[in-house]
Design a protein around this ligand. Structure first.
Ligand code: FES
Length: 319
């Protein structure tokens, strides 16, 4: 198929790698240099606040507006209507504003891609979008100068370019699973299931345990045994190898931070929460079962030892 041949051809373009290195380094450098503000902007663009990637939501604005513009252009050409032509011009302008936001969110997501094929496809996707925006921008200029036919022609080329770019964007999601929840196939047990002896879990050291197909992160924190999903929802990184920060864990791959209390995302690039895992201890053995996603759940908390008078009373009453 032509579309498959095109994708194959793009993924063979080695010359893109130094360009991608440079661009990814510049974007990540800018985020790091600006500290908490940069992180907040990055999280806003990733969609951490939304619980869903922002980029695909924003792309609906230019795609929708430019589709409307194409239809309006066709009507304006058929009726030779200046009023409809102006509506098309307005739709193109709205699309350009939306494209700016979509580009910023897409760039922020793309900076974390390290595999060559999706990285090259993502770069091509971005370059095509820039091409489409330039064509639409030139179309606006032509329309302002009264060259409506030229403006429509340029808009048509812009629409075709944006369509090709959208195809590559879809390929990145469906074939390379970018922007999806990488822990969705993790199915922790619904019933209480043994995982390890309590004595084998040291204080303050994250441990990964595998239960069926599910990776679970366990942490003893004082009198509590905390647990969440271990596979990072962003791109599948191993959270058990991450860094502990208070009651949260930082993914070693791209720095997403998850609460160990309930799995919610504290910092992106992840946007999907980890599943909370319930824990309990029976006869010195740790058991787990699935909790909710990003919701607080029951974690084992050791009962404090009874004070002497209480212990005496329990002995006397036999309770
Ligand atoms: S895999 Fe990217 S932050 Fe975890």
């Amino acid at each position: 198929m032509a579309s498959e041949a095109l994708v194959q051809a793009i993924t063979r373009q080695e010359w893109m790698d130094p360009v991608a290195d440079l661009l990814q380094g510049a974007v990540s450098g800018a985020v790091e240099k600006t500290g908490a503000t940069g992180q907040a902007v990055a999280d806003a663009l990733h969609g951490t606040w939304l619980g869903h990637p922002l980029h695909p939501a924003l792309t609906d604005v230019p795609v929708g507006a430019w589709t409307a513009a194409a239809a309006l252009d066709a009507i304006a050409a058929a009726r030779n209507s200046e009023a409809v032509d102006q509506c098309a011009t307005g739709a193109i302008a709205i699309g350009l504003v939306g494209a700016l936001g979509a580009a910023a969110a897409g760039l922020m997501d793309w900076r974390h891609i390290s595999h060559q094929q999706p990285r090259r496809l993502g770069l091509t996707h971005g370059l095509l979008n820039i091409g489409a925006a330039l064509l639409y921008g030139t179309s606006l200029i032509a329309r302002r100068r009264g060259a409506r036919g030229v403006g429509r022609g340029l808009a048509f080329l812009g629409y075709a370019t944006a369509g090709l770019s959208a195809y590559l964007g879809g390929h990145l999601v469906f074939e390379h699973h970018l922007g999806v929840d990488h822990a969705t196939e993790q199915k922790p047990p619904q019933e209480w299931t043994w995982v390890m002896a309590e004595s084998d879990l040291p204080e303050g050291e994250p441990r990964r345990v595998d239960v069926g197909d599910a990776r679970i992160l366990l942490l003893r924190r004082g009198d509590q045994i905390l647990a969440i999903g271990e596979k990072c929802t962003h791109l599948g990184g191993p959270l058990a190898e991450g860094k502990l920060e208070g009651d949260s864990i930082v993914c070693p791959w791209h720095g997403s931070r998850f609460s160990l209390e309930d799995g919610h995302v504290i910092n992106g690039p992840a946007v999907f929460p980890e599943r909370c895992i319930e824990t309990r201890v029976r006869d010195g053995q740790i058991e787990v079962r699935a909790g909710g996603r990003g919701e607080s759940c029951q974690h084992h908390r050791a009962q404090p030892a009874p004070v002497e008078s209480e212990a005496r009373e329990m002995l006397m009453t036999g309770s």
